[in-house]
Design a protein around this ligand. Structure first.
Ligand SMILES: C[S@@+](CC[C@H](N)C(=O)[O-])C[C@H]1O[C@@H](n2cnc3c(N)ncnc32)[C@H](O)[C@@H]1O
Length: 541
């Protein structure tokens, strides 16, 4: 996905924003009450600095008062507000801070509306801290909450805790336990935030709980569960220790065994790594990208699997600021998604249909491989995401070979009579292969979702298969590592459609990724890239 689109796509106004009053849900109105209480309190409390701004509007002069607290650390105030938005606003955890137009100002606007005051402006270090703290506090939520409950006097104190107070505690716990920040500074700073944003009593509570945590950490006696007992008890303990939902842990133990399940959870909890794809369609080769990265002093490494890809671990901000993405010279794309395109194997002159195309990561890469000969028809049910695809196709100069269709592919495939050489179905899925990049996804997925997704995947497979020419190829892919969404879907499809057979991915992707059945499967544990699956299915003549 194009990086610059992430921010606007995932920025959702908080539900407790007063202007959204009529849309408030029950739980968000509860949050609103807490937040309003906090705002009223902190407006009454004494501030370090008050800035009066005069704004001239025509002949009248409006006076706007901004309360600025220079003592509260900006990264903590912003992190607390972001965590509130993510948990209660349904926004995704966009861990890539978009620098530039108004983003810092907007962030402070949210702080002011939620907490009732501004802090000093965020600098680069603050922005990095916000990214670390927000991503970490979300990933480690179950682990942190287990310890917070243990350190509260009783469970009801935890259950009835104001949402903002809980976020402040999570920030403090994460900073002490996982970022190894100087503990007493962390205590003081979070106490100050709780006092100013809520009330003095909240600060006292944060002080008591964080100080107990510091002592337990120093004595190496954190109250953590032991991995013992029956399967269910072990899964529960691991779910707390590695901070994942119990149902996911049970599923992974069943499919990949306890050791790999632990490695997978450690991968999911680590900082995500990113790859860049050089946009050769614009005449920008990987060697050009490497030169630019060297100039920007961004550490990088060539992908051993894909000719156009470069891996970076840090320095994404530099890449963004240098305008490489904005100019369409490269995109942020994981190697696992590039390998899916290798399984499709687009060749100049091919006619291809991408059945679930938006926002277009694979469409654009396939189009670049066509070298301006052939066509990719990009279908998606989501108009907004499809628009992003169209804009990026222009920017990347591959729009000459891309046409878009806004439709439900199940209906489109029934009515459409054109057949294609290659059909890609990159199906909606649980995303269990990309949990390191999507920090909050693990908490939003439920076991019940899996059944619904499997039904949808079957329907989409049936529809897409209608669009394949005799002798043509259907590629079914997901960003999941769950056999229920992958191998089992293909097996069920082949039973329903005897005109298709598996065409091995061998020869299209490095043999490391080819399973015994001939599928392409990437695994965070084995290959240190996101998890994905792709099956190449050949239609008989
Ligand atoms: C996994 S995402 C696709 C990602 C995309 N292939 C890429 O590489 O950027 C799944 C997409 O399927 C679309 N989708 C879901 N149901 C659909 C349907 N019935 N018909 C067409 N598109 C659908 C969603 O809107 C979503 O954009």
């Amino acid at each position: 996905m194009k990086l610059e689109c992430l921010h606007s796509l995932y920025s959702i106004s908080p539900p407790w924003n007063l202007s959204l009053g009529s849309e408030l849900t029950k739980s968000s109105s509860k949050v609103l009450k807490h937040v309003e209480k906090g705002v009223t309190c902190c407006l009454k409390s004494k501030k370090t600095s008050v800035e009066d701004e005069k704004q001239g509007v025509g002949s009248t002069t409006k006076k706007k008062t901004r309360i600025i607290d220079l003592k509260v650390s900006p990264h903590r105030a912003v992190s607390a507000v972001r965590l509130m938005r993510i948990e209660y606003g349904g926004a995704f955890a966009d861990l890539l801070n978009k620098k530039g137009k108004g983003s810092r100002a907007n962030e402070m606007g949210y702080v002011e509306r939620t907490l009732g005051f501004r802090t000093r402006k965020l600098d680069d270090r603050d922005l990095r801290l916000v990214t670390d703290v927000v991503g970490g506090a979300i990933r480690w939520r179950r682990y942190l909450d287990h310890l917070i409950v243990s350190l509260c006097n009783d469970e009801s104190t935890f259950r009835s805790m104001e949402p903002l107070l809980l976020q402040i505690l999570r920030i403090g716990f994460y900073e002490i336990l996982k970022l190894d920040m100087p503990p007493y500074a962390v205590v003081d700073e979070n106490v100050r935030l709780a006092k100013v944003a809520l009330r003095p009593g909240a600060g006292n509570m944060v002080n008591g709980i964080l100080r107990r945590l510091v002592v337990l950490k120093e004595n190496d006696s954190l109250p953590l569960p032991k991995v013992e007992g029956n399967d269910r008890m072990q899964a529960r303990a691991l779910a707390t220790l590695y901070s994942h939902p119990v149902w996911m842990v049970r599923r992974w133990i069943k499919y990949i065994g306890i050791e790999d399940a632990i490695s997978l959870m450690m991968w999911n909890n680590s900082d995500p790594s990113f790859s860049l794809r050089a946009n050769t369609a614009k005449g920008f080769a990987r060697s050009d990208l490497v030169k630019r990265l060297e100039k920007l002093q961004v550490p990088h490494e060539l992908s051993p699997y894909l000719d156009d890809f470069v891996r970076i671990t840090t320095g994404m901000q530099n890449v963004i600021q240098a305008g490489l993405l904005k100019e369409g010279l490269c995109s942020v794309q994981d190697e696992s998604t590039g390998l899916v395109v290798s399984v499709v194997d687009p060749q100049p002159g091919d006619t291809i249909i991408d059945c679930c195309a938006a926002p277009g990561g694979k469409t654009l890469f396939m189009a670049s491989r066509l070298r301006h000969q052939g066509m990719v028809c990009a279908v998606d049910i989501n108009e907004g995401r499809l628009r992003i695809l169209e804009e990026t196709a222009k920017l990347h100069e591959v729009d000459d070979v891309i046409s878009t269709v806004h439709a439900d592919v199940r209906i489109y495939a029934e009515k459409n009579t054109v057949k294609y050489d290659k059909v890609l179905l990159d199906a909606p899925c649980s995303g269990l292969g990309v949990l390191s990049k999507r920090a909050d996804l693990r908490w939003n997925r439920r076991l019940e979702d899996m059944e619904q997704l499997k039904n949808l995947q079957d329907q989409l497979l049936d529809a897409s298969s209608n669009l394949v020419k005799p002798g043509g190829i259907l590629v079914y892919s997901t960003c999941s590592i769950d056999p229920g969404e992958n191998e089992e879907r293909v097996a069920a499809f082949l039973q329903r459609h005897t005109e298709f057979r598996i065409d091995s991915a061998s020869g299209y992707v490095p043999s490391d990724f080819v399973t015994e059945s001939g599928f392409c499967s990437t695994s965070p544990v084995k290959h240190a890239v996101d998890g994905s699956f792709a099956a190449r299915l050949l239609r008989s003549l």
